[in-house]
Design a protein around this ligand. Structure first.
Ligand code: FES
Ligand SMILES: [Fe+2]
Length: 367
């Protein structure tokens, strides 16, 4: 049973966090029919480089063909369906070969070898199943639908809004993967409010004022806003000190804030004056989500002798762990028979908007 959309001034009923069937529907709705962020173009600089992503139980190969174009395929052999590739990342030497009977595909997905097939067998009909790809400023997106709307429609005005961060010029400094025992939506809700910051994140609260928030009007594809630094802090780091140059395209106003944006359904962009942190969410079960956090710095900064990035990594790793822990406790409490939807305050406009969006999409699917 779906809730009326006007319902949301309170949190959602428990089943939105505990019901495995509803979770499967949500995977379909949010992860199979929407563009999701899978990684960065720098992960596969050369033809044949690849990495795998598990999306809603599907294994997807993301690679680059001989012409340098990005390609993504279902990791499923067209002979007898075997998963072709088991290693999380690596390099295909010009072709992709299934380890079962040796069917071989080009980097563009075409079937180029199929031993012992009968005369008249038409290879053209057995290419790898294609997955649509798109790129925004260095971030790779895929969409599992057969004919998705272009990525640009989903991203709306985000590319203009964040053009000054020039994210394509950033390079990965560190990646940390976390396993969180909580429903993916609780992680989303937690990211979208800072009401919890004074209680949960003393270190973070010393650097930014949680009441300085300036939120955008909720959008169907994203939620976000900014917080201002305080007490002389210049970035989010262990002591608020900025140990890198400002990112080169930023205005004075952009240098004074951190921008936090959740791009549905799986990307968090935390835009700092001197780096960008990303989180991607990977729901594994109704009560379990993997989160990949990455810290990206300007390539010229990373190349400098004496470059330091650990201050940002340590700061956010600590904050991440505080957020995951509270999301787990939140999940545990919501699973109790005593749980009833609770009231949102006026500072929780973004979480309420997210819940509304969840209900709206559910309702749309029922029509
Ligand atoms: S299943 Fe892949 S070659 Fe037979
Ligand atoms: Fe937090």
């Amino acid at each position: 049973m779906s809730l009326p959309v006007e319902h949301v001034a309170t949190t959602l009923p428990a089943r939105y966090y505990t019901d495995s069937e509803l979770f499967k529907d949500e995977l379909e709705r949010f992860y199979c029919r929407t563009w999701i962020c899978v990684g960065r173009v720098e992960q596969i600089p050369n033809a044949g480089d690849y990495f795998l992503r598990e999306v809603a139980g599907e294994s997807i190969i993301i690679t680059r063909d001989d012409e340098g174009a990005l390609r993504a395929f279902f990791n499923v052999c067209r002979h007898r369906g075997t998963r072709i590739c088991a290693q999380a990342e690596g390099h295909f030497a010009r072709r992709v070969q299934c380890g079962y009977h040796g069917w071989t595909y080009g980097l563009d997905g075409r079937l180029i070898g199929a031993p012992h097939m009968h005369e008249g067998f038409c290879r053209e009909e057995y290419g790898l199943n294609r997955v649509h790809t798109g790129v925004w400023d260095g971030h790779i997106f895929v969409n599992l639908s057969e004919q998705p709307d272009p990525l640009g429609i989903q991203l709306a005005d985000l590319p203009q809004k964040f053009a000054n961060w020039r994210m394509a010029d950033l390079r990965l400094h560190q990646r940390i993967e976390y396993q969180v025992q909580a429903n993916w939506k609780l992680i989303m809700l937690n990211y979208n409010e800072c009401l919890h910051c004074p209680v949960l994140h003393p270190a973070l609260s010393a650097i930014t004022d949680y009441l300085s928030g300036d939120n955008d009007e909720p959008h169907g594809s994203y939620l976000g806003g900014s917080l201002e630094f305080q007490g002389g802090a210049e970035t989010m780091s262990i002591d608020g000190k900025r140990r890198r140059e400002y990112l080169p395209g930023l205005t004075d106003a952009e240098r004074k804030k951190v921008f936090y944006y959740a791009v549905f359904p799986n990307l968090f962009l935390s835009m700092h004056p001197d780096y960008v942190m990303t989180h991607t969410l990977w729901p594994r079960a109704v009560d379990r989500t993997d989160v990949v956090c990455e810290w990206h710095f300007h390539h010229e900064e990373i190349a400098k002798t004496g470059f330091v990035g650990q201050d940002a990594v340590e700061f956010w790793d600590l904050t991440n762990r505080e957020d995951w822990r509270i999301s787990e406790l939140s999940h545990a409490g919501i699973s109790s028979r005593a749980y009833k939807p609770g009231p949102y305050s006026r500072c929780e406009g973004l979480p309420a908007a997210f819940d509304r969006m969840v209900l709206e999409r559910e309702e749309k699917d029922r029509r």
